[in-house]
Design a protein around this ligand. Structure first.
Ligand code: SF4
Length: 254
């Protein structure tokens, strides 16, 4: 068995990028970064276009120039594929489609993000320490991280909050423009996505957006009929985006 490997899990959001910057500043061992790109379908990324552009055009080349190789993984499955996956077994939802992801128990996170990264890490024969970007102002997430073998938060080690992580990324010109649309990172098709992210998809990929909205028409054989039961339906969101195109771009109601 070779020497241990140190790998940063990176989404190219502020917390994971600040982790890498801290590793470089403090001479922490870092062999590579691993990035998982979730796909909406075979052709379309789950990243908002501004973030995807930032990842491939700015961030990855900058890390490579700094001597940090970035390994890109993608799951075999896509969001649309998983949406249409039929539930097996005998329960109440047996035979229905998985349909919309539930935040907190998200199959996208489990199957399209964590699984491909773990499969990649399993191929490495050396012992691994994984850097995960969790700030000191996220105590619950830190508590769960501490229970995971081989996972470390450098933001915790160096006393960084998420706001400090943002400042660190800005200092290096590595703050993703996706934060101009929303203060969250993640898939544009997430039930937690904000109106400005959805507006970008409708504008940049109108056909993909229509396909996405039409998933909500499949009401008979899905486990969850509504995109986001706590907010508006996708059709209502689409109606607002259409209305805003007419020059009525007023209040963001999400
Ligand atoms: S951003 Fe939303 S859909 Fe994507 S993995 Fe996270 S919870 Fe799931």
């Amino acid at each position: 068995m070779g020497r241990p490997k140190f790998i940063a899990s990176v989404s190219f959001g502020k917390d994971s990028l600040a982790t890498i910057l801290l590793a470089k500043e403090h001479d922490e061992p870092l062999d590579e970064a691993v990035y998982c790109e979730v796909m909406f379908d075979e052709e379309t990324s789950g990243e908002v276009p501004e973030h995807r552009d930032f990842v491939y055009r700015i961030a990855i080349p900058r890390l490579k120039r700094a001597g940090i190789p970035v390994h890109i993984v993608r799951g075999e499955k896509t969001f649309v594929g998983q949406f249409q996956h039929r539930i097996s077994g005998e329960g109440r939802s047996a035979g229905k489609m998985w349909s919309w992801p539930l935040c907190g128990k998200c199959y996208v996170q489990r199957d399209l993000k964590v699984k491909p990264i773990n499969e990649y890490l399993r191929q490495i024969s050396e012992p691994i320490t994984q850097y995960i970007g969790i700030g000191i102002d996220e105590p619950k997430r830190l508590e769960s991280l501490r229970k995971k073998k081989g996972c470390v938060s450098l933001l915790e080690k160096y006393g960084y909050t998420r706001e400090m992580a943002k400042e660190k990324c800005m200092e290096y010109g590595l703050f993703s423009p996706c934060y101009e649309l929303s203060n969250r990172g993640g898939c544009w098709f997430c039930p937690n996505a904000k109106l400005e992210e959805q507006r970008e998809i409708k504008k940049n990929y109108p056909e993909v957006w229509s396909q996405f909205v039409s998933l909500e028409d499949q009401t008979d054989d899905v486990a969850y009929t509504v995109f986001n039961p706590f907010r508006r339906s996708l059709h209502e969101i689409d109606a607002q985006l259409e209305f805003d195109k007419g020059g009525n771009n007023g209040t963001n109601t999400q």
